[in-house]
Design a protein around this ligand. Structure first.
Ligand code: AHR
Length: 498
């Protein structure tokens, strides 16, 4: 295996970027395709529990330890009437979902979603409809979920079997309202004014909620980043987070460029950080608004988005391969490196629809991107560290000269556990690593690695373990000698640092 010159990584646990927000490891579930119906909820499956939830899906999601799940959309949100999805199931009516040209049975709604979140120990993050929905509808949903009994919407919740408030803390004010494809699309000015009024009413019901403003739906939008500035100038003092969305792609089959995606992602964060600072200064605000990357993933192979007016059609069931997993790992590295400004990130989505998990009625498959997400959720905690990386570089068509390694690190001063996440983005060269531990010594190191020679290798129901993370023996980290990172690999290291 050809080997490049060595890389040097200097680690100082005092060089803290920021504490890592646990909400960076969140997910997104939309009423789209088979994410809810046929994914999370499938009463006819032999794997369903007494409430119709898939036991195997719950187990996989528990293993991922998602800290929060955003729901119910997505583009679906902008035509959703939340009152259709509550109350006795036999009285709920089906509706046409214009976003995905599908039939929405409404058999799963807000209360079922809250029950599902409680079962997997995750925080619900609800969206309010800013497309066809009014600011009154948004406020009513907050009352339904969070108010004590005694008034109309809170009492509807009680009548539906929930005397205690759902206590939903995180709320998104609409979805991708900048997109012309959005039901009820708004110009930035219109959205900013409507979002402000919705935010005020929502907060009057519950002053403890945290609000996410819609940002641009991608850095490729012609209105980006002006849309963000205008919306923020209306709402800066009334919201806590500003959202960003992005789906990475390797459309030209240019794997070197694709594996440098993190460079573009960091640029996106830096631009919006600049917009946040500008608006904070312009509005003379004394508070910070943070970024919520509440839709992120890889999506370009499967473009099946029209449901043909069927219930739970198979939409955008993307199959993920090794190079996708390496991009997902870099994305998670970006979240850690920019943990100072990024506080929420939602993997879009969680089951079947552009998801780490695929299901059939009696089977579940973990896709390649499942594994980096699992390792970050398990190992990244405490503070994000500013590690100095000196690595060999190579040229890419899209991003120019980039380092072969993409690295992030965390350290928890309480448990003293440290973690390092390393992607070797070269397709041909192994990189040997030399660590310079500046004020700690590593002990009891453990490591896991994903690697392969074929960037397009993927798991399937027939061959589920082709692209997985495997444990790796790592005496070398402790003895100070080199560790070799093979080409096309992702390595996660965990160790005690004393
Ligand atoms: O996640 C799929 C879709 O992508 C969402 O509904 C929308 O918000 C985005 O464009």
């Amino acid at each position: 295996m050809p080997q490049s010159e060595a890389a040097h990584i200097h680690i100082d646990v005092n060089r803290v970027i920021s504490p890592v927000s646990p909400l960076l490891f969140s997910g997104f579930a939309e009423h789209m395709g088979r994410c809810i119906y046929g994914g999370i909820y499938e009463p006819d499956s032999p794997r369903a529990d007494e409430k119709g939830l898939r036991r195997d899906v719950l187990a996989a999601l528990r293993e991922l330890n998602l800290r929060s799940i955003r729901y119910p959309g997505g583009n679906f949100l902008s035509g959703y009437h939340w009152e259709d999805g509550i109350g006795p199931r036999e009285r709920r009516q089906a509706r046409r979902d214009l976003a995905w040209q599908s039939v929405e049975s409404n058999q799963f709604g807000t209360d079922e979603f809250i029950d599902f979140c409680r079962q997997i120990n995750t925080e619900p993050m609800l969206g309010v409809n800013m497309g066809t929905g009014s600011i009154q509808d948004a406020a009513n949903l907050v009352e339904y979920c969070n108010s004590p009994p005694g008034t109309k919407y809170a009492d509807m919740r009680v009548a539906n079997g929930y005397s205690d408030p759902h206590a939903v803390r995180y709320w998104c004010i609409g979805n991708e309202m900048d997109g012309p494809w959005q039901i009820g699309h708004l110009e930035a000015e219109e959205y900013g004014r409507k979002a402000l009024e919705a935010a005020k009413m929502m907060r009057w019901h519950d002053p403890d909620i945290e609000l996410v403003l819609c940002g641009s739906s991608s850095s490729a939008m012609p209105t980006y980043p002006e849309w963000d500035r205008v919306a923020l100038e209306h709402c800066y003092d009334h919201v806590d987070y500003h959202s960003m969305h992005y789906y990475a792609a390797n459309r030209d089959d240019d794997t070197d460029s694709y594996l440098a995606t993190a460079v573009g992602l960091e640029d996106y964060v830096a631009t919006l950080e600049g917009v946040l600072r500008y608006v904070r200064a312009k509005t003379r605000s004394k508070r910070d608004v943070f970024l919520s990357w509440d839709e992120w993933n890889i999506w370009y192979k499967n473009q099946q988005m029209q449901g043909g007016w069927r219930e739970a059609p198979r939409l955008i069931e993307e199959v993920y391969n090794l190079e996708d997993a390496l991009v997902a790992a870099q994305w998670l590295n970006v979240f850690l490196r920019r943990a100072d400004v990024l506080k929420i990130a939602c993997l879009a989505q969680i089951v079947n629809v552009i998801a780490p998990i695929l299901t059939e009625t009696d089977a579940l498959l973990k896709q390649s991107i499942y594994y980096p997400f699992l390792l970050f959720c398990r190992l990244a905690s405490g503070n994000s560290l500013d590690v100095l990386v000196e690595a060999p570089r190579h040229e890419t068509q899209q991003y120019g000269d980039v380092p072969l390694l993409d690295v992030a690190a965390t350290h928890d001063p309480d448990s003293r556990l440290g973690a390092l996440f390393l992607v070797n983005r070269s397709q041909s060269e192994a990189v040997s690593l030399n660590f310079n531990w500046q004020n700690v010594r590593p002990r009891n190191a453990r490591a896991w690695q994903m690697r392969g020679t074929d960037p397009k290798a993927a798991n399937s129901f027939e061959e589920p373990n082709r692209v997985v993370a495997r444990p790796l023996p790592v005496q070398s980290v402790e003895t100070g000698s080199d560790l070799l990172l093979p080409p096309l690999s992702f390595t996660a290291l965990e160790m005690m640092l004393r």
